[in-house]
Ligand binder design. Structure first.
Ligand code: GRF
Length: 208
């Protein structure tokens, strides 16, 4: 079961999958490709250290729709060359349109560091019955703190053209502690994400 991982940054979730694979805890899944839109993404080095193919596909003119579509085509071509069964967006900070997504129907999943509901709605009800806003976008850890929420978490969902939406595969709640900063909170969320992404990839590989 072949997994491609798209990243923009540190790649600690990528590392969690690599570690699980090496200790035999990723079922029959294996990471075969890591792609980044940023040359300096540390995750690219993690890939190479573990002898996993890595690609850098830059988006030079993010605001030009034609350049963006062309970039998505290049990204899809590189990815398709590795015949992935699954594509994991693990801290990939760009929105993908149908130009990319239509090449891999139902094969793309995303990690999101906040709690998202099943129905695409604007709120999420926690296990203790607290109704909190569904946080979408690129700054949701800071948003959770700014709103003074007692709880946040992480979600793994299938990717549809709507941003931070699509069928939820797994989620976990993470309490917000007094004194938390964006960094300490995000770090605690990531610890949970590492476990969750390994579970989901293993499960999807088993179901194939
Ligand atoms: C994760 O929190 C993920 O949910 C978000 O970006 C972060 C990626 O972290 N989309 P890393 O690069 O895997 O360390």
């Amino acid at each position: 079961y072949r997994v491609a991982v798209l990243i923009s940054g540190s790649g600690s979730n990528l590392q969690a999958m690599i570690d699980a694979q090496q200790s035999g805890d990723l079922g029959n899944a294996e990471v075969v490709l890591v792609v980044s839109d940023r040359a300096d993404a540390y995750g690219l080095q993690r890939a190479l250290k573990h002898r996993i193919a890595a690609a850098f596909v830059p988006l030079r003119h993010p605001r030009d729709p034609a350049a963006r579509a062309e970039w998505e085509r290049r990204l899809a071509d590189v990815t398709a060359a590795f015949n992935p069964d699954l594509i994991v967006l693990a801290g990939f900070m760009r929105v993908l349109s149908p130009v990319f997504l239509d090449r891999f129907p139902n094969r793309v999943i995303n990690q999101h560091p906040a709690l998202l509901p099943d129905d695409g709605g604007d709120t999420f009800t926690t296990s203790r019955g607290i109704i909190i806003p569904a946080l979408r976008g690129a700054h949701v850890v800071a948003d959770a703190l700014r709103l003074g929420l007692p709880i946040t978490g992480c979600t793994i969902h299938r990717v549809t053209p709507a941003v931070d939406d699509g069928p939820v595969l797994a989620r976990a709640e993470v309490p917000i502690l007094p004194g938390d900063t964006e960094m300490t909170l995000h770090e605690r969320i990531k610890q949970v994400e590492h476990r969750l992404i390994v579970e989901v990839v293993t499960q999807l590989a088993r179901l194939k």
